[in-house]
Write a protein that binds this ligand. Structure first.
Ligand code: PXG
Length: 465
């Protein structure tokens, strides 16, 4: 073992937890509650597995946080980072300079994105990417002499990040409640969640209806004031909500009709997650801007950005003058070098095709079987992302009282059984690494079933079912 790692490796779990509690404020965490339990400390990883400080092996069905698409331990990415750290660990792109990895990555992104995308603006994260979107969309309409077009329409239960603009675009009311959000000029419409809102309607019928809420919102705000609509092709953090197939084409039609920019937040759906390179390709629409992060480096190092479609790029380049926006780490050479290695690996291994034609459909078969479980009211998957909706009564689709936190009970059983699944309310969600094999999908599905069974027994013992 590397000598520099020795002191850390010799700490016990209790020592780690004590130091963690004493100094580390975790994101989206009730600090006091975590202090009373102590963190689970993750110490290493390989392929689709993690190990904690107790030596327990865990199947990571969430790819870290929707990002480790190529799995852990890929030597190409490690080598790319090491080589770039030696060659040029940092230089900025502000003062008419650039670095080879950033230039090459811009070129490669233009190649793997839909044809309308030939330019990129780099950020350090998805949140910063979405802040860039807000500023660029507003600048675009300014340059065109329509500054009154500044309102951006988003959706309830969307997740677009945690910066002031990212959290404002997001539709999480509990986030808005802290910090005086949303910032002005961002409004929300209802999400296309058939299970919750589509009762009595076919999915396709509901999809059209939900898309037309956009038209209603545009008319309510005033069409001349609306700059853009933003959405995740498939909502991720909101609970893997797959919209009906009719939804996005109708959103596209409405944006076209009113001349409104269409923004696809591909932070989760991008880089093969849905079985195409981009979620917008799977869902059938043609955005003007795409936010990306996470999967661009498979999470090995932070990087994000915005793909800028020709419609906007031409205006910004030819008429925009200086765009007063940028981050120290825009185009960070080490991050870009890792992204290049990551994308080339995805290409070389044919991971996107594999998800579309092999592992995605295979996961869907397992989900079909899991849908029969007495606790599951809806099982949905697309590519390698999926959700299992826990219900109290399978026949009527009645949910448990939210206060019971049944999703968290299930998540506890997952933790205890060596499986990481996310609970969003009572929706259990997965997004495993794209390198997962059929045999590993079998193992994952067996673990999921075991955890659902344990949850059911637990609920029976508590007298809740
Ligand atoms: N857009 C989308 C669609 C995301 O999912 C962001 C933007 C923000 O990216 P950064 O890199 O700034 O975090 C995200 C991030 C969860 C969870 O609990 C999801 C995300 C982040 C943290 C937690 O599912 N997505």
């Amino acid at each position: 073992m590397n000598a520099a790692l020795q002191p850390s490796a010799t700490r016990t779990t209790a020592e780690w937890q004590a130091a963690d509690t004493a100094h580390y404020l975790h994101p989206f965490t009730d600090f006091k509650s975590l202090a009373s339990k102590g963190s689970r400390v993750i110490t290493r990883a390989d392929n689709i597995y993690l190990w904690d400080s107790e030596g327990a092996k865990i199947l990571d069905a969430m790819s870290g946080l929707w990002c480790v698409n190529v799995g852990y331990g890929q030597q190409d990415l490690i080598d790319a980072a090491t080589a770039q750290l030696k060659q040029l660990p940092f230089y900025n792109s502000f003062f008419q300079t650039a670095t080879p990895p950033a230039i090459e990555l811009a070129e490669l992104l233009a190649e793997v994105t839909p044809p309308q995308f030939n330019h990129v603006f780099f950020s350090g994260s998805g949140s910063e990417g979405n802040d860039t979107v807000v500023r660029m969309v507003r600048r675009y309409w300014d340059v065109l002499g329509q500054p009154e077009r500044s309102v951006i329409i988003s959706r309830t239960n969307a997740y677009h990040g945690s910066t002031m603009a990212g959290a404002s675009l997001g539709g999480m009311s509990y986030m808005h409640a802290q910090g005086g959000l949303p910032i002005p000029g961002i409004v929300h419409m209802e999400q296309p969640f058939w299970f919750a809102h589509g009762h009595g309607k076919s999915r396709d019928e509901f999809g059209l209806e939900a898309a037309r809420w956009l038209e209603a919102k545009i008319l309510e705000v005033g069409a001349e004031k609306v700059a853009a609509f933003i959405g995740e092709p498939i909502q991720g953090a909101g609970g893997v909500i797959v919209p009906p197939a009719t939804y996005w084409p109708e959103i596209q039609r409405i944006c076209d009709q009113y001349g409104i920019l269409l923004v696809s937040d591909e932070v989760i759906c991008g880089f093969g997650r849905t079985g195409q390179w981009w979620g917008c390709e799977t869902m059938g629409f043609r955005p003007d801007l795409m936010t990306f992060a996470k999967g661009v480096t498979s999470g090995y190092i932070p990087l994000g950005g915005v793909m800028v479609g020709d419609r906007i790029a031409r205006v910004m380049i030819d008429q925009g003058g200086e765009f007063e926006h940028g981050y120290t780490y825009s185009g960070h050479p080490v991050a870009c070098a890792v992204a290049l290695a990551n994308i080339r690996l995805i290409q070389r291994e044919g991971l996107v095709d594999k998800v579309r034609t092999d592992t995605g459909p295979y996961l869907a078969e397992h989900f079909k079987a899991l849908a029969e479980h007495p606790l599951i009211g809806e099982a949905q998957s697309i590519g390698l992302m999926g959700a299992l909706q826990i219900v109290k009564d399978k026949t009527s689709g009645t949910c448990f009282d939210g206060a019971l936190e049944v999703g968290m009970i299930c998540r506890g059983h997952c933790f205890a059984n060596g499986l990481i699944m996310r609970a969003v309310g009572d929706r259990m969600i997965i997004a495993p690494p794209l390198v997962i094999t059929r045999a590993q999908i079998d193992d994952m599905a067996a673990l999921i079933r075991r955890c659902l069974d344990a949850t059911l027994r637990d609920l029976q013992q508590r007298g809740l079912v």
